[in-house]
Write a protein that binds this ligand. Sequence first.
Ligand code: UN1
Length: 508
Amino acid sequence: MQNILHQLGIQAINSGTSTGTWWEEEKGEFIESFSPVDGKKIATVFCTSHAAYNLIINKAEQAFKEWRLWPAPRRGEVIRQVGEALRKNKDELGRLVSYEMGKSLQEGWGEVQEMIDICDFSVGLSRQLHGLTMHSERPGHRMYEQWHPLGIVGIISAFNFPVAVWSWNTMLAWVCGNVTIWKPSEKTPLCAVACQKIVADVFQKNGLPEGVSNLITGDKVLGEKIASDTHVPLVSATGSTRMGKSVGAAVGGRLGRSLLELGGNNAIIITPDADLNIAIRAAIFGAVGTAGQRCTSTRRLIIHEDIFETVKDRLVAAYSQLQIGNPLDEANHVGPLIDKSAVEQYQHALEQCRKEGGIFIIEGKVLEGDRFESGCYVKPCIVAVKPDSQIVQQETFAPILYLITYRDFEEAIAIQNSVPQGLSSAIMTLNLREAEQFLSVTGSDCGIANVNIGTSGAEIGGAFGGEKETGGGRESGSDAWKNYMRRQTNTINYSSILPLAQGIKFEI
Ligand code: UN1
């Protein structure tokens, strides 16, 4: 791993940074990054002090004054180069993601690919930050709207996508002319240092002012600092619903803007008309991929009672093939959970399933022994539960799949919508009526609704996010860029009179 850190230009110890400047703080708090793969300590990262935070905000404000004047296509050109740098570093960065976070190497590379894709998307966007023109009701008047950047965009990201989620927010924020301040999860600080390093090289070559890309490291106190800082007009936060409620309240309290992408509790409805080959594969990837630690992970299967036994048997057969172990070994499908506290939450959820009368179709357990010495490896499990079980209302970031049966289609949709979260959803059916009903206003209440595709693995081109306790924010593709800008409506009078709107007469 030291080799990868070396190739990415990361010294083992870094602290709060701003583009081009890295400084070490000898005293003060620090974070130790441990890999869940083998339990080894990777590095110590110093936390950003109060003084360094203020300095960074100050630099960011100065940088914004200059960066916003760069024409958007020129900003896009810099982002194109960031995309190129990521292509060059895809292997190493993907490996670091896999080692520090614990997801499979395929998924580590996939995450870097998402970063490259959002860079490409942003380059295209750099010539398409369009506003509308409207016909004025007043003669000799022209009305149009334009979009301006906001200033400093705060980004609070989670451990499960330690690099991609930052890039969705950051590339859009930059192309729109903002500067960013990033607080990554304290569980994956090195991935963040690596990104900052890759970006800093490109920025220096292009003569950007210092302070367009800022990284701060620390625990949730630092997140709270961003949330309550009036210098930060937009805070984009990804993580638990509990975190989102606190960030949302702090940002809302100062009437700032927040963009929240919080928990999911995603279901796949499998109807008697499903293509089971697709359904089973999608369900398994959704449930055990990233060890069940995606916001979009499949947590619930809502299965028609006539096909329940068949689906169950096929799942059991497929689960028996799963290889659990070191995620850097490509033969393995499932890596570890992020840390021991995640393992405790997994155990706690299993206990609650038992208490609520859940029937274990595949038992879960914490794996022990040779290859599992980090203590973070767990067995993906399947439990049949009643739809009204309390445990099913909660998002547990672990590979636990709940099976629920239904009889009528309306009942399936009601079960799908009966949880507090509203991120991703899917239906497996070849029946047009069922598919369209699922997508209609009376169907899924989620931000993402798929047909014959699982709940996880969304492309960057669409707007990503969800409703209810998921927080309502939309990141990534479509017109999500508008979140990072302020809209200004301009009316210009080129006549020699002053007609008033609504035909009001005001003579003096
Ligand atoms: C997340 O889990 O926070 O749709 C993001 C997916 C990925 C992103 C997940 N493209 O699964």
